[in-house]
Design a protein. Structure first.
Length: 285
């Protein structure tokens, strides 16, 4: 029986943008050799998925938290199954909210990521610190530093506001997720983000009803597969709706306890062979 697995990226395939466990690569390729389908299911833009992740090999990708889904190995080029950019008026409302409250943000399109003036320096410094920490750990083991898995975003002034799929924000306030949800209203889907910053808060904002779960439902319909055939593996709040629509939800061992309870089934952490162990337990490999 052919099954289909949907894999989150950050915290599931990648250890927050820096490392891929070799066993994850092996597991994905072996599952596909065994006749199963493996799709990415990420909050990232298709243009922001690092080539080393794409090089693993997948049957398709849900991107931008469910605003897009593409069948095939390269999410930049293959035919779209789902295409739901935000209305321009909603994008403009988001930017007014961010600017009024001094919040740094990214706007994501299918093809790329665009940063507000304050967002680029914040994330560059965060990524630099994480990369240097990882390089020091590897040096202590006598290993060379790894290539950072990120790309510098373009300025938000260059974005096509008719093509924006979602926003990601970093705020100095700890309550911005709740505040944004109340202030923006029911037309928006506001959830906590997964960037492990030392203070403040971060989150993701998209259209209400546009989630990984809605995209998975569309993909399953297109492929003629049942939810009972589907597995969803993730670690973040944007994985909740994925857990709700697949027959077998699996939380990573590094997910917060509440997400682990929601999933019901829990594998090991991202660098502790989490994807491989889940695939083995479920009989995909």
């Amino acid at each position: 029986m052919t099954r289909i697995a949907f894999l989150d990226v950050d915290g599931t395939i990648l250890e927050h943008g820096s490392v891929i466990a070799p066993s994850t690569v092996t597991a994905v390729r072996k599952a596909r050799e065994n006749g199963h389908l493996v799709w990415l299911s990420t909050g990232r833009s298709a243009g922001d998925i690092h080539p080393e992740v794409l090089a693993i090999g997948f049957d398709g990708a849900i991107t931008n938290g469910g605003a897009y889904a593409t069948r095939g190995g390269d999410p930049d080029e293959d035919a779209l199954i789902v295409e739901q950019p935000m209305p321009r008026a909603d994008v403009e409302a988001l930017e007014r909210y961010f600017e009024a409250h001094g919040i740094h943000y990214f706007l994501q399109t299918h093809g790329g990521v665009y940063a507000s003036a304050g967002m680029g320096p914040v994330m560059t410094e965060y990524r630099r610190e994480r990369h240097e920490k990882r390089a020091a750990e590897l040096a202590a083991e006598g290993l060379p530093p790894e290539q950072p898995l990120w790309r510098e975003p373009r300025p938000v002034s260059e974005v096509d506001r008719d093509a924006v799929a979602k926003a990601v924000f970093v705020s100095p306030s700890t309550d911005t997720v709740a505040h944004a949800s109340a202030a923006l209203g029911e037309g928006f889907h506001v959830i906590p983000g997964s960037i492990p910053l030392p203070g403040g808060s971060n989150g993701e904002i998209g259209q209400a009803g546009v989630t990984k779960g809605s995209a998975i439902t569309a993909v399953l319909d297109q492929l003629g597969l049942s939810a009972t055939d589907a597995i969803g593996i993730g670690d973040s709040w944007n994985d909740v709706e994925m857990f709700e629509v697949v027959g077998t939800p699996v939380a990573m061992g590094n997910a917060v306890p509440e997400l682990q309870r929601l999933a019901g089934r829990v594998t090991t952490a991202v660098l502790d062979d989490g994807v491989h162990n889940a695939f083995a337990d479920l009989g995909l490999i």
